[in-house]
Design a protein around this ligand. Structure first.
Ligand code: HEM
Length: 524
């Protein structure tokens, strides 16, 4: 409370509990608040003599601003706030201004007009410690290091040609999962699809990124735990980022110690891998995947001085971490939601099964191969619809404005964090007819795609900082889904109906199912 207000109240306060002076006190308080608000507005609007038109904001608390309004599922809380305050809304997380983007038009204007200006990432304390001082491509500030790493990802590690080259590996890992499901199904045992998808994506990413799989007993368990902790830590809100004087909270709650343990555990693991690979190289050995893996490709660039690209060992390890962590949980979460929606919607399940089975019987082949996927139009529509309703990272990855910009008539200051609510955009009734319904037909005669050109569907983000793993993730998703639908009939345990399936969400960065997806597979 300001000394002015305090002294005014002291002067006005009657000696007894008399209420006689109350209306007068109230009038003064109202007048004082109005003066304060006007003064504040003039200060905000006119720091250098120029009027600023800020986006609407909900009221905030001292010190923490709007942080208390985030809730456990931030994408949902932000959606309800944006319904009140509009598709461009300015929140305050402690000392950090945060622009929340909740409509396709607003996202389009930001990416089409201001992509370069918002291509920074905010500096977050947990990320700094887990990702080698922001040396990985996903959280590096906009600049030379990011440009070089992103071009390695786009041109070398995840180019269409490279993604094609992982085809055998994808088919092998999918066949392994199908075999496990078949065994459970034949023994009339339910299948934990969440575990199956986690193992599958873990296996694929291990082979693609590291060149080999880590099974249980070979450090595989420890690796999985580290990865789970990594994703939980990077997705959680660290209040010290926004309210520096509360930075000690993570120390008291033990989160700091956990970050140190995970960072150290991963560094030891990655260091061991790099050493092992460098030694193999000297001995002229083979790593099992014919050097067609990210680690070997990155090592080649790391050692080769003629490419014009140079990075240190920490940077190398940071890229491996990102590819692995960025690719595994997102892809398994996407498979989990996709199958959940099919189990909840038997009509759609039958229709997509008919399509997959018909195409396979037409080709006369015993197994689905990737060329067949091209013909599966309804399956592709199912995947788009699942991405619309369940983008695995509902709030995408935050950006940061590098300079002052003007969006839809509002002034946004340099340093503002920019968060896009892809989840809310996918359910916006002004864009989508019956947005809460799982209706893949809406995509059948529509050119809308999720590759970053159609802003009403952006589960992978868009623009310069958009995800380079789109083809990698979708071709795997299509192959897995087509196999599961072709080879098995699916139902829920105990004869439960689709509408009984619990769809509760959980998690803050990557949002997955709260409860594992359990289903019964009947082999055909
Ligand atoms: C369903 C699967 C996936 C989803 C939904 C997804 C989603 C995203 C999103 C929302 C972003 C941030 C975009 C933005 O800032 O605007 C991102 C960035 C990124 N993703 Fe993915 N991703 C997936 C799979 C993958 C895979 C498989 C890889 C690599 C193996 C990958 C690597 C990356 C990288 C390196 C970035 C950082 C790009 C940058 O900052 O320039 N992602 N992803």
């Amino acid at each position: 409370m300001s000394s002015f207000l305090r002294s005014m109240m002291e002067n006005l306060a009657p000696p007894s509990n008399s209420i006689a002076a109350f209306p007068l006190l109230l009038s003064f308080l109202v007048l004082f608040s109005v003066i304060c608000l006007l003064k504040k507005r003039v200060l905000i609007n006119n720091p250098r003599g120029t009027m600023k038109n800020l986006p609407p904001s909900p009221p905030k608390l001292p010190l923490i601003g709007n942080l208390h309004q985030l809730g456990l599922l931030a994408h949902r809380s932000l959606q309800s706030l944006s319904r009140k305050h509009g598709p461009l809304m300015l929140l305050q997380f402690g000392s950090v201004p945060v622009l929340v983007v909740s409509s396709a038009d607003a996202a389009k204007e930001i990416i089409k007009v201001h992509d370069l200006a918002v291509s920074n990432r905010p500096k977050l304390r947990t990320i700094k410690r887990l990702l080698y001082d922001y040396k990985d491509v996903s959280m590096a500030p906009y600049g030379e290091l990011w440009r070089q790493m992103k071009s390695i990802y786009v041109v070398q590690l995840l180019s269409n040609k490279r993604v094609q080259s992982f085809r055998n590996l994808r088919e092998e890992e999918t066949a392994l999962m199908v075999q496990k499901i078949r065994e459970l199904g034949s023994a009339l045992l339910p299948v934990n699809l969440t575990d199956m998808f986690m193992d599958l994506t873990n296996g694929v990413l291990c082979r693609v990124v590291l060149g080999k799989k880590y099974e249980e007993g070979e450090g595989g368990d420890e690796f999985k735990t580290l990865l789970r902790d990594f994703n939980t830590l990077t997705g959680s809100v660290d209040i010290g980022n926004f309210v520096p004087c509360l930075g000690w909270v993570n120390w008291v709650t033990g989160v700091d110690a956990k970050i140190d343990r995970v960072a150290k555990g991963f560094d030891e693991f990655l260091e061991g891998l790099v050493e092992e690979r460098l030694k193999l190289d000297t001995d002229g050995g083979d790593d099992g995947e014919g050097n067609n893996n990210f680690l070997d490709m990155l090592l080649q660039i790391y050692k080769d001085n003629s490419t014009g690209i140079s990075f240190d060992r920490d940077c190398l390890k940071a890229q491996i971490m990102t590819a692995f962590a960025g690719g595994t949980d997102t892809t398994y979460t996407f498979l989990e939601w996709e199958m959940s929606e099919l189990l909840r919607n038997p009509r759609v399940m039958r229709k997509v099964q008919d399509e997959v089975r018909e195409i396979l019987s037409f080709t006369g082949k015993p197994e689905i191969v990737e060329e067949d996927l091209e013909k599966m139009k309804y399956l592709k529509a199912v995947i788009k619809e699942a991405f619309r309703l369940h983008p695995p990272i509902p709030l995408l990855v935050p950006h940061e404005a590098r300079e002052d910009i003007r969006v839809m008539g509002y002034d946004i200051a340099a340093g503002t964090m920019v968060t896009t609510n892809a989840w809310a955009i996918g359910r916006d009734p002004s864009t989508w007819d019956e947005p809460e319904e799982f209706r893949p037909e809406r995509f059948l005669n529509s050119p809308i795609d999720f590759r970053g050109h159609d802003f009403q569907l952006i589960p992978f983000g868009a623009g310069r900082r958009g995800c380079p793993g789109i083809s990698f993730a979708t071709v795997l998703g299509e192959l897995v889904l087509a196999n599961l639908l072709q080879k098995f009939n699916w139902s829920l345990p105990g004869g439960a109906k689709g509408e009984d399936l619990d769809m509760t969400e959980c998690g803050s960065g990557i949002v997955h199912r709260k409860f594992p997806l359990i289903a019964v597979a009947t082999p055909r």
